[in-house]
Design a protein around this ligand. Structure first.
Ligand code: KIV
Length: 263
């Protein structure tokens, strides 16, 4: 069994081997992704790929806690990140109250919150009260409605400088690691160089300190839409549909169950 990562070993990995992060929302998939990953993210993306909603905004604290408990049960030796859902960290006291719930009701190792310099005061309040925080900058899925869509960041000089300020602000506030999403690769590379904490990319190119993908995207289970940054490592949707069709055909033909499946 691999040694469980800690915020210290994650930070030490910067500049060495790239870190592998992947999402999971239940115990079964957590147990399957655990052996090959350094960190498991219980992302609020579960609101889309698990609950079938159009965006992440309606995920609740109770749902994140339920799914984080399940993931912790399935991957007891993994470093687990619980995403804080929209509206649960709009001020210091709500953020601390909700993060304490995560630490007391689950075995998660840290929380993740979206936002840069505007959220640094919240990150500071959490880290100074014993909550490990993973930041999330760049394209922020929880801002999809206020920004009118998912917009790649770092396309202008001003935007790039602002992203660098974001990364520095949350590092100074105590974040041990930063997820950077949907950012031009040269800008993401520059940001990874500007901070001492690991920068984990999603849609941010290869020159960062690690990568994160949503499991249902990289396993090819989610058919509706494939973002440019996703690589499908298998055609999960076809495999599942073919297997279920096979089962249905055998049930209808009375070919299943056979003698070996029968008491
Ligand atoms: O919710 C999520 O899965 C995430 C990743 C896209 C980084 O935040």
């Amino acid at each position: 069994m691999n040694k469980k990562m800690t915020i210290n070993s994650i930070q030490k990995a910067k500049g060495n081997t790239p870190l592998v992060m992947i999402t999971a929302y239940d115990a079964l998939f957590a147990s399957l992704v655990a052996p090959s990953s350094d960190m498991i993210l219980v992302g609020d993306s579960l609101n889309m790929s698990f609950a079938g909603k159009a965006d992440t905004l309606s995920a609740t604290m109770d749902q994140m806690i339920y799914h984080t408990q399940a993931v912790c049960n399935g991957a007891k030796n993994s470093f687990i990140i619980c995403d804080m859902p929209f509206g649960t960290y709009t001020n210091e006291s709500d953020a601390l109250h909700n993060s304490i719930r995560v630490f007391q009701e689950t075995d998660a190792d840290c929380v993740k919150i979206e936002g840069g310099k505007d959220k640094a005061y919240v990150v500071k309040h959490l880290t100074s009260n014993g909550i490990a925080v993973c930041g999330h900058i760049g394209l922020l899925p929880q801002s999809v409605r206020s920004e009118g869509g998912y917009k790649v960041k770092g396309k202008t000089n001003a935007e790039s400088l602002s992203l660098i300020e974001d990364a520095r602000a949350i590092e100074d506030a105590g974040a041990f690691c930063i997820v950077i999403e949907g950012v031009k690769s040269d800008v993401a590379q520059e940001i990874a160089k500007c901070v001492d904490v690991p920068v984990i990319g999603i849609g941010a190119g290869v020159e960062v300190d690690g990568q994160v993908l949503v499991f249902s995207d990289m396993l090819g289970l989610f058919e509706a839409f494939t973002p440019k940054f996703v690589k499908k490592y298998m055609d999960g949707a076809t495999l599942v549909k073919d297997a279920v069709q096979n089962y249905a055909d055998e049930v209808k033909a009375k070919e299943f169950p056979q003698e070996i499946h029968t008491y």
